[in-house]
Design a protein around this ligand. Sequence first.
Ligand code: 1BN
Ligand code: ZN
Length: 370
Amino acid sequence: MKEKVQHGNLKNNFMFKKCLLFTLTFFAFFSCADKKHEIKQEQHEIKQEQKDTTKVFGCMDTTMFNYNPLANTQPANVCIPKFNSDSAYYYIEKQVSFGPRFLSSVGWKNCALWLEKKLNSYCSNVIVQTAPTTTYDGKTHTLKNIIASFNPNKKNRVVLFAHWDTRHIADYDTKNKKDPILGANDGGSGVAVLIELARQFSLQPPNIGIDIVLFDAEDYGQPEKSEYPKMENSWCLGSQYWSKNPHKKNYTAKYGILLDMVGAKNATFRFEEISRTYAKHILNKVWKKGHQLGFEKYFIFENTGPIVDDHLYVNMILKTIPTIDIIEYDPATITNFNKHWHTHNDNMQNVNRETLNAVGQTLLDVIYNE
Ligand code: 1BN
Ligand code: ZN
């Protein structure tokens, strides 16, 4: 009897171990498959970082890359990092992988966590500014502006802006207008360029202070045809809040640059009217640098009318930081934006590395020459 029991126990023990082994293998396999893609992408980033670090120490290489003998405005011995458009492209893919990212959505929640974590990996001063907000449709939310400050104690500062939320509807599509969009370009591109800049700042700290401010709720504005009562200032809720409540007491910067829709193939950027009114000297500085670097097909010296965007509120409410908007302007479309603006085609297929590079490299050259 004793023996039998023992035997039974042995058998049970054996079965138990077999089950345990199977369960562990099962979970290990699936969590591995899940992680595999992420690891592959992270490995790509690490590879880029290693490459870039070599370049940072081989300073001459990077200076040579940006050196233009016709433009003798660059101070000697300025070492300018090389913008990596593969990394920027991957940062858009990552944002899009969360799905649409409008206020309070699942994609918005997960993307906020990723942005905070990502910026934290490149910068030791990251804060998330939260505030209650009500959208034109009467819904209440908590908005999140995500802010990274490099060299926080330096007085001489430049602030870089982009919005990280995406439109909750496809009001310019012909189909599925009520569904939210992915916002690879409108939302994703500006943020991606700024994360790549953050990565570069972590590898080679700039001499000046830099703040990267990712605004929320830029794109939850009231559509033209709306069943709700007209709400003024329904766009740019995150920047309206930040402009009234900057993340630091008495915060100021020499100037601001907003990026919006900077990822489409053959995008062109012009002298938008609000930027022109408040910060013409910054437009000139950035466009001139773009031309010196050979990006003249993107940076066009031509005026356009005003565009409602986050820079409007920074300029009008905060008032002390002259801010420009680098935003795609397409003279061939009715909206004057990219033909995929606020449609379901604002996806990865319409993101282009060359355009990201033109904007990112120009900003690096402007910043490292300050
Ligand atoms: C920019 C990108 N905007 C939204 N997505 C602001 C805007 C709103 C521009 C309405 C024009 C009209
Ligand atoms: Zn938009």
